[in-house]
Write a protein that binds this ligand. Sequence first.
Ligand code: IMP
Length: 196
Amino acid sequence: MKKFVLASNNAHKLEELRAMLETYGAQVISQRDAGAFIEPEENGATFEENSYLKAKAIMDACGMPTIADDSGLMVDALGGAPGVYSARYGGDANKSDADRVAYLLENLRGVPEDKRGAKFVSVITMLTPDGKKIVARGECAGRILTERFGTSGFGYDPVFYYPDAGCTFAQMSAEEKNRISHRARALQEFVKQAFL
Ligand code: IMP
């Protein structure tokens, strides 16, 4: 069985990627369980760069095949922000997902529905100690609502409306989200390159 370390301390991401990769017969363990307690700096300008930086730092620390996902939300009316800064949107003033969602809604106040387009992006990088590298990108388009709906998922899920499903990511079951999300799409692309 294939075994990968996930370069992340985000429990939600671990659960999502674990559930998705299990269906391909692969096992995902957390970086902590692999003995890597560091938090690599994400100072790249793109999802690709950050995803590589995380995978490289954790692979170097634990010496096992490692996958990293760098993801974020790009909002058209904000020129693609928060983008690679999604986890830190608004800086130290915003300490929680709820703070960051409130900040996003504030920044989009008064923007009409047809200008609230946005997409989630995920870039997965896998590196192995013997020098293999796979990079896979997935995107999922929707729009930002003016208030929150639903309680599942994490991050910006409650305000991200996905037209094909007619609801927000936070109103979907984990299984539904894992079928269509940006991470699911990046992972499908990853699996194509890695296993097929
Ligand atoms: P990363 O850990 O640097 O990749 O940060 C990703 C950030 O983007 C998260 O902290 C969330 O704010 C946001 N994000 C990424 N994927 C999702 C998702 O599936 N739902 C909601 N927010 C997400």
